[in-house]
Design a protein around this ligand. Structure first.
Ligand code: NOJ
Length: 575
């Protein structure tokens, strides 16, 4: 693998350098999520690293994305793929050094790409100095105030303070040596921080400045809706918690005062030019509640997972797009769109699951219900729909968040032996309790195939920390490059066109051409996107074809009118 330096990289296009000071860059950006341990391995130890990412910046530039979001690369025991952070202001030695980080940042910027890092403020890793101090200092100590420690119930405090379950399964309270219990909404190794403590606030402000000073352009904020908690003296039972509305006063989720934290962060973002950006991961009840996180006085943008959770259905898509565009216009944010990330079954696979109510499930429950890897999944149809969905997404106003490997049309990898799985969502559950979390999230975190063959398909020289299936060969960057029908070439073409075509953050539905199975909308400058969600072909709308997610049918006559748009296909046209 050759190493790159900032001087070797030419910008994406000549205007790239002019974008550097543009404070609106995030509004319609295509952001590419990298799961660092699984992207590219320069050191050859089987784990992806920062120098590996740097070596692939030309790939990212040529793909045509505007920014890169790095999932956690901080020192971590890897109890939850790096979302258990032991030090927020350093790099895990297996992934690199701060110097490697600086190099990556400057190479990305020289190529005209922005850099977003993941911030995990709800919990630390259990190896964090604060948690170790809290364990050693004992009950009643100042160190324990930074976390959520409680006495247990029962005669000797032997029962947890409440019967709550963690998100990954198993109890949400763990007992420490001296008998107290601490709260962890996720894995045991992820103790929840106490955001009622001022030192916690101050420390995160320091972290925001630490990375902003190093040139980071923005932050992705993990579980942004959980930081503020109000547990009171008497803890409710799990059933009572479950029954409470999430209306801003729930003890754990989406409390109104969480926005005071983000207002403080906003003041830090505004210390920089251009202001640093943020996007909230907030699984909240409604578009209205989500909009609070996206407020310009707060984080500025929030993930919208509505399309990710939707069926491949014209009416659902139209409703979701309309609602979200209206919402973001009202708040001054811009919409976001996501189909895949490191937490969900890849959309090429989800869209091939057999039809059933509620498909596709965000945590892959339906993937398991469908019999896991082999039963009843129509992979060809899944990929066809995924490509159509993505092309629809890339034509929408707002930001598109893409997950590494989706540009190759990768499917979820099912062939991971149980003893090689790493995800706590798998490890903390049994087949009986697994229905919500499926097989866990390792299947979308398998290292990328860069080459048709060789050691770990070009990921690195030293194998791969999760096993790669043989079918990766056909989905590799090498196999798909220069094949005009490949998913990779479709992404490349669409992403480059998108940069040229994006204008006002609005769209107009073409009601004459849209119907129950077909959606057609127009952006500024005569840019038209038409998607056929059905199975039967329909006439292709008039216009010059710019890119299509699959082969278009019919004849190529000059008028264009005789051509057809097959089922599960999207096309961009210029009128
Ligand atoms: C959301 C992250 O996306 C996920 O990967 C992680 O397990 C949880 N937050 C806990 O940090």
């Amino acid at each position: 693998m050759t190493s790159q330096s900032a001087a070797d990289i030419r910008p994406l296009d000549e205007s790239a350098e002019l974008l550097v000071d543009d404070p609106t860059w995030w509004r319609q950006a295509a952001v590419y999520q990298i799961y660092p341990r699984s992207f590219a391995d320069a050191s050859g130890d089987g784990i992806g690293d920062l120098r590996g990412i740097t070596s692939r910046v030309p790939y990212l530039r040529d793909l045509g994305v505007d920014a890169v979001w790095l999932s956690p690369f901080y020192p971590s025991a890897l109890a939850d793929g790096g979302y258990d952070v032991d030090d927020y202001r350093d790099v895990d030695p297996r992934i690199g050094t701060l110097e490697d980080f600086d190099e990556l940042s400057s190479v990305l910027h020289a190529a005209g790409l922005r850099l977003i890092v993941d911030l995990v403020p709800n919990h630390t890793g259990s190896g964090h100095a604060w948690f170790q101090e809290a364990l050693a200092a004992g009950r009643g100590s100042r160190a324990r105030e930074r976390y959520i420690f409680r006495e247990g119930r029962g005669e000797h405090g032997e029962l947890p303070p409440a019967d709550w379950e963690s998100i990954f399964g198993g109890p949400a309270w763990t007992r420490v040596e001296d008998g107290q219990w601490y709260l962890h909404l996720f894995a045991t190794e992820q103790p929840d921080l106490n955001w009622a403590d001022r030192e916690v606030h101050e420390d995160f402000l320091t972290t925001l400045r630490f990375w902003s000073d190093r040139g980071v352009d923005g932050f992705r904020v993990d579980v942004a809706h959980a930081l503020a908690k109000d547990l009171g003296e008497e803890l409710p039972s799990a059933a009572e918690l479950q029954a409470m509305p999430q209306d801003g006063r729930h003890p754990l989720w989406d409390r109104d005062e969480v926005h005071e934290i983000y207002a403080e962060w906003r003041r830090v973002f505004e210390e920089y030019s251009p202001p640093r950006t943020a996007v909230a991961e907030a699984w909240v009840g409604s578009a209205e509640r989500r909009a609070r996180y996206a407020s310009p006085q707060g984080l500025g943008q929030a993930f919208n997972f509505d399309l990710l959770e939707a069926d491949f259905d014209a009416a659902d898509y139209r409703r979701i797009v309309t609602e979200n565009l209206a919402q973001s216009a009202q708040t001054g944010s811009s919409s976001t769109w996501v189909f895949s990330n490191h937490d969900v079954v890849r959309h090429a696979t989800r869209y091939g699951l057999p039809p059933r109510a509620g498909r596709p499930g965000k945590q892959g429950a339906d993937w398991v219900a469908a019999g896991g890897p082999d039963e009843g999944i129509d992979r060809e149809l899944g990929l066809r729909r995924a490509r159509a969905a993505t092309l629809f997404e890339l034509a929408l106003p707002g930001s598109a968040y893409l997950y590494q490997g989706e540009e190759l049309g990768l499917h979820e990898v099912a062939e991971i032996p149980d003893d090689q799985r790493q995800d706590p969502a798998f490890l903390r559950t049994t087949p009986e309790t697994r229905s919500d979390d499926g097989l866990g999230r390792d299947g979308c975190r398998v290292p990328l195939p860069w080459a048709r063959g060789g050691a770990s398909f070009g990921f690195g020289e030293g194998g791969s920390h999760l096993p790669q299936p043989s079918w990766f060969a056909d989905f590799s960057v090498e196999a798909e490059s220069d094949d005009p029908t490949s998913t990779l070439e479709m992404y490349r073409r669409a992403l480059h066109l998108r940069r040229e075509l994006h204008g006002a953050e609005t769209l107009t539905w073409d009601d004459a051409l849209s119907d129950g199975e077909v959606l057609v909308f127009e952006r500024t400058g005569g840019w038209v996107c038409a998607t056929n969600f059905g199975d039967e072909e329909v006439p292709l709308p008039a216009g010059e074809v710019l890119v299509a997610s699959g082969e278009l049918g019919g004849s190529e006559d000059a008028a264009g009118g005789a051509r057809v748009l097959p089922g599960a296909t999207t096309v961009w046209l210029r009128r």
